[in-house]
Design a protein around this ligand. Structure first.
Ligand code: IPD
Ligand code: CA
Ligand code: CA
Length: 276
């Protein structure tokens, strides 16, 4: 019997219900130019932090909306009380709660990710099956990039400096398509259960990735940095896949960074001249 998951699932479900209570009736506030936050983010964080502290008082906590609890303990929780805030704030039902436990050395121990709109509970503990609503999940068996579907995301912070549009264009032209759904945590869960064959993003934080990365790993997938080097919680860039297409993705990413075989983005004046 898992020592963490039953209680963690209860906490994530409770936070998910709280989010649904707020869904459709929140006021948008701004943390940055387009970096949104709502009362629901804060209320969910308060609830999760309170429950984690009561259940595991010795553990540290790092949560997106500001909670920093440093302890002597070997273990620390990473909490995203609402991943997909922009979706949530606009009434687009793609968001989740993400909670994960890691050791000081970054080793991920357990994680849950709950999507209250679909009542989907993803859970993983190191060395055990990853599950979705209690059933074991596995990454896809897609063997070539050209037959794959992937996800990515675009940051709201420093968005003018982000080069992901080139990666999006390049990979879109070499796959069945790239989705941009707006919740990095759910994107990783979708790789874990085989709905996506791969996912990448620049500039993520440990609370976005911790639970999802463990899910992908325990579901048989691979997570690295863009160059194939090991992923760490502070890596920020994340490349996750079913493992089979991983090398192909690394090769494509190396090509894009080196400017090799880049398809030019279509020229608007040319398009305007020739469209019928
Ligand atoms: C964001 C989402 C989004 C990703 C952003 C994240 P938040 O998290 O995961 O998909 O593209 O980089 O910051 O702000 O909704 O918790
Ligand atoms: Ca997030
Ligand atoms: Ca968040």
């Amino acid at each position: 019997m898992s020592q963490y998951l039953p209680d963690l699932e209860t906490i994530a479900r409770e936070a998910g219900s709280l989010l649904m209570h707020y869904f459709g009736r929140v006021t948008i506030e701004y943390k940055g130019e387009v970096d949104l936050v709502t009362e629901a983010d804060r209320a969910s964080e308060r609830l999760i932090v309170e429950r984690l502290r009561a259940r595991w008082p010795e553990h540290g906590i790092v949560a997106e909306e500001g909670t920093r609890r440093e302890t002597e303990a070997e273990y620390r929780w990473y909490v995203d009380p609402l991943d997909g805030t922009t979706n949530f704030a606009h009434g687009y039902p793609v968001f989740c709660v993400s909670i994960a436990l890691a050791r000081r050395d970054g080793q991920l121990e357990a994680g849950v990710l709950y999507d209250p709109t679909r009542d989907e509970m993803f859970a993983a503990e190191r060395g055990q099956d990853a599950t979705l609503n209690g059933r074991a999940i596995h990454v896809s068996k897609t063997s070539h990039l050209v037959e794959s579907i992937l996800g990515t995301g675009f940051p709201s912070h420093k968005r003018h400096k982000n080069p992901n549009i080139f990666f999006y264009h390049h990979i879109t032209l070499r796959s069945h398509g790239v989705r941009r759904a707006g919740s990095a945590a759910l994107d990783l869960a979708n790789v874990a259960c085989g709905r996506y064959d791969g996912f990448w993003e620049f500039n993520l934080n440990p609370w976005d990735t911790a639970a999802g990365v463990l899910l992908v790993q325990e579901a048989g997938g691979v997570v690295t940095r863009f160059d194939g080097s090991p992923f760490r919680l502070d890596s920020r860039e994340v490349l996750a896949s079913n493992g089979i297409i991983h090398q192909e993705l690394i090769t494509q990413f190396a090509d894009i960074f080196a400017g090799r075989d880049l398809e030019e983005l279509p020229s608007i004046p040319e398009y305007v001249k020739t469209r019928d």
